[in-house]
Design a protein around this ligand. Structure first.
Ligand code: FAD
Length: 362
């Protein structure tokens, strides 16, 4: 994966082979699927859950089926996420559940709602069904006392996602944070939005659960802003994103009485920044209001070292049928090819560690 050309050719042939129904699933299974996914079903993930747990790392089961824009598939996804909540219930290996609103609602519809377009009766009913699915998932999480993340997505639907998330938080975060919204600090306005959300939650008497991320849709956001000629919502530099991310950590750590956080990041500096600030404020390393999370197959150096040092750490463990999680896998592969990308970084770390231990080379 360190070779951009191999990844580009590989992903092209995988897509082609799947279209032509060529038997390549096994090849995918033993390569990128094994690297980034826990299995095809929840039970398949047991070995990964156990192995992470042995190193003090929790699992966040992430049903990663994407792009099925149909009512039946929204219902099926919601049913599967309920099962992940059941699996997490009372478990000391699965600290959170997670879902994406676009797993249970149509992106096009969410976009229309955000634009405040006039909806047909059918669309109104579809949106109501989507809202009910979100309500069902959060109610189930609350009843089983399982904390649940709502992932953040593209800016043209994130407004609706935020509205739904706050509606759920207001209902279910009265005694402690159960529902966590996700804050993408690569957006100009997110740090301010986090502060406003905090004040609003204080007034209304509920806790904020916040997953802090930089944001995964930078290219897509930029492209669309350029094409449709509106102000790009993403910061103009990585430094500005990093600054807001670290400020968000400060803001939350200073208000832990009312905010609980999970840092969804592979950034070493931010992870260390948070750890140091915790020390400065005299916060216990295993304080349950602060978690660190990385994706399975990435940044193990961060996850395992933090866990070993006694911090709360969990890995997103994506799972689902191979062809359905393929878009996720291809994104991981593509993201990992760039020079600044993860795999180059990790490839170099593994290489230098092998050398240090004198047990071979890559
Ligand atoms: C557990 C977990 C959960 C996640 N959940 C979500 C989610 O719900 N929604 C979501 O959108 N993403 C999510 N992500 C992905 C995350 O947003 C980032 O895309 C990814 O983690 C890379 O950022 P980083 O903080 O790990 O590290 P880094 O490698 O330090 O940062 C890379 C990120 O910085 C930003 N960036 C890079 N270059 C620039 C630039 N020139 N200008 C401005 N910003 C720039 C981009 O956001 C880019 O992804 C999640 C990640 C993890 C680990």
């Amino acid at each position: 994966m360190n070779q951009a050309r191999v990844v580009n050719l590989g992903t092209f042939f995988i897509k082609l082979a799947l279209k032509l129904n060529l038997p390549i699933k096994n090849l995918i299974r033993v390569t990128i699927f094994e690297q980034f996914c826990g299995g095809e079903t929840i039970n398949d993930c047991d070995a990964t859950i156990t192995s992470l747990h042995q190193s003090g790392i929790g699992t966040i089961l992430d049903y990663s089926v994407e792009g099925e824009d149909k009512e039946a598939s929204f219902d099926a996804t919601a049913a599967e996420i309920l099962k992940t909540i059941d699996k997490a219930t009372g478990s000391d290996t699965i600290p959170f559940s997670v879902f994406k609103i676009t797993g249970v609602a149509s992106s096009d519809l969410l976009e229309k709602v955000q634009r405040k377009d006039e909806l047909s009766d059918e669309e109104k009913a579809a949106f109501e069904r989507a809202r009910e699915r979100v309500q069902r998932l959060c109610t189930h999480a609350y009843e089983h006392q399982v904390r649940i993340f709502i992932d953040a997505e593209e800016s043209w639907i994130q407004g609706v996602i935020d509205d739904l998330a706050y509606e759920m938080m207001q209902q279910f975060n009265r005694e402690r944070p159960i529902v966590y919204n996700t804050y993408q600090l690569y957006r100009h306005e997110t740090l301010e939005a986090l502060k406003t959300a905090f004040l609003d939650a204080r007034q209304k008497g509920y806790y904020i659960g916040g997953k802090l991320v930089r944001g995964a849709y930078m290219e897509k956001e930029r492209l669309r802003a350029r094409e449709q000629e509106y102000f790009n919502p993403i910061h103009t530099s990585k430094e500005a994103t990093d600054d807001d991310y670290n400020h968000a950590i400060d803001f939350c750590l200073d208000r832990l009485e009312h905010i609980s956080i999970c840092l969804g990041t592979h950034n070493e500096y931010s992870s260390q920044y948070c750890a140091l600030k915790m020390k400065k404020l005299g916060i216990e390393r295993n304080d349950d209001r602060i978690w660190f999370a990385q994706l399975l197959g990435m940044s193990d150096n961060i996850s395992f070292n933090l866990a070993k040092a006694g911090y709360n750490v969990a890995k997103y463990v994506p799972y689902g049928p191979i062809d359905a999680v393929l878009p996720y896998l291809i994104r991981r592969a593509e993201e990992n090819t760039s020079i600044a990308g993860q795999s180059s970084r990790e490839f170099l770390l593994v290489k230098s560690e092998l050398k240090r231990r004198g047990i071979g080379s890559l």
